[in-house]
Design a protein around this ligand. Structure first.
Ligand code: NAP
Ligand code: F7E
Length: 344
């Protein structure tokens, strides 16, 4: 019998790569999609299967992490062997503006899902494994490099909520002897990255500037340093974490950090442009409390899971720029007018 997985956040960047990985491994994949007035499935349209087709292996369910009745119903219908909890209001800056919703979806949402799983296991006797999408943001102001033993020092409502979710997961693992693991993933990016995160905002701008659709790029703090990897490599780490012999917590990172400024250098120079001619600093993008320097130590994942990232920083930036140059060229052909960049 092939395995079945349930993914919250399947319409997000990681959810789409993880779905591809699990489908390729023969899994049946159930995904939770939240209701929206416009389509929010662009990242998974290429693997979407019509509900009228029999034997399909990608099945979508409407539910929301803020609604436990729906979560419970999906769990009872999908009967997953593995749950990947990737759903979240995942934008750090937005979490300062919507702190309560961020806590509800990220912290309490995780608690809701854990509690549904606990009841489900108790009633059915099934074995279910749970992956919790933790974040390097939980380390926040802690001195780099950060490893699994580094104490958390969260610097945003998002990060505080992820810390709460992490400890809910640890507590449910210890209290009810459940297979629950936390991935502590450092920033990972791709051509599917949301357009308001700094890497994609930069590569989108490079494409548009090159196509003559944009003149300026407004950014915040260029000195922040991040350990940036490729999302396609990181979903492999999530899967390996759940295949491990016992539940545990693991960092996934490259072990190399770069500043936003270095990302700009790499991205603009790839198309022979000088970013200093286009970038302006706008305090709108500063955060009330910033995370200056994240650098992960992935030794434990390497030793215990045999996981290591395959994509280098340069390959990642060039992959994103190339993709966004193509996208902007398509945009130019459809609508050759300059686009006014929305405040992000
Ligand atoms: P993302 O692209 O922002 O995707 C987030 C997903 O969560 C989307 O599918 C979104 O649905 C869904 N979602 C939001 N609110 C929800 C709710 N109330 N109920 C159900 N689903 C909801 O994030 P990502 O980059 O793929 O990251 C995946 C997870 O890893 C997130 O938990 C994130 O916090 C965490 N993480 C990310 C990184 C990173 O660098 N990417 C690093 C560490 C941890 P819509 O599509 O409808 O918006
Ligand atoms: O910011 C600086 C900003 O929004 C990176 C999420 O996936 O990774 C992500 O969180 C840095 C920060 O990512 C702009 O101040 C400068 O220092 O791309 P970001 P993030 O905050 O690191 C972690 C691991 C997650 O878990 C989160 O879910 O870039 N920065 N200028 C800017 N950032 C943005 N967004 N926009 C700017 O204009």
């Amino acid at each position: 019998m092939s395995k079945s997985a349930l993914i919250t956040g399947i319409t997000g960047q990681d959810g789409s790569y993880l779905s591809e990985l699990l489908l390729a491994k023969g899994y049946t994949v159930h995904g939770i999609v939240r209701r929206s007035s416009s389509f929010n499935t662009a990242r998974i349209n290429h693997i979407y299967e019509d509900p009228h087709v029999s034997g399909r292996r990608l099945i979508l369910h409407y539910a929301d992490l803020t609604d436990s009745t729906g979560l419970r119903r999906v769990l009872e219908t999908a009967l997953p062997d593995e749950i990947y909890n990737l759903g979240a209001q995942s934008h750090v800056k937005v979490s300062f503006e919507n702190p309560e919703y961020t806590a509800d979806s990220v912290a309490v949402g995780t608690l809701r899902l854990l509690d549904c799983m606990r009841d489900h296991i108790e009633h059915t006797g099934r074995e279910v494994r749970f992956y919790q999408a933790g974040s390097s943001e939980m380390f926040g102001a802690a001195k780099p490099p950060q490893n699994e033993l580094t104490p958390f020092y969260p610097r945003s409502p998002y990060a505080v909520s992820k810390v709460a979710a992490h400890w809910y997961a640890v507590n449910y693992r210890e209290a009810y002897k459940l297979f629950i693991s936390n991935g502590l993933l450092f920033n990972h990016e791709s051509p599917r990255r949301g357009e308001t995160f700094v890497t994609r905002k930069i590569t989108r701008a490079v494409g548009r500037i090159k196509a003559g659709l944009q003149d300026k790029l407004f950014l915040g703090n260029l000195d922040a340093r991040r350990d940036w990897g490729f999302a396609g490599d990181y979903v492999e780490a999530m899967w390996r974490i759940l295949q491990h012999s016992e539940p545990d917590d693991f960092i996934a990172a490259t072990g190399e950090a770069h500043s936003v400024r270095e990302f700009l250098d790499e991205a603009f120079s790839h198309v022979n442009l000088d970013w200093q001619e286009y970038v302006e600093i706008d305090p709108l993008y500063f955060r009330p409390t910033e995370v200056d320097y994240l650098l992960g130590d992935p030794s434990k994942a390497r030793t215990k899971l045999g996981w290591r990232p395959k994509t280098t920083f340069r390959e990642l930036v060039q992959m994103m720029v190339d993709s966004d140059v193509r996208l902007a060229e398509e945009e130019r052909l459809i609508s050759p007018k300059k686009v006014v960049a929305a405040a992000r």
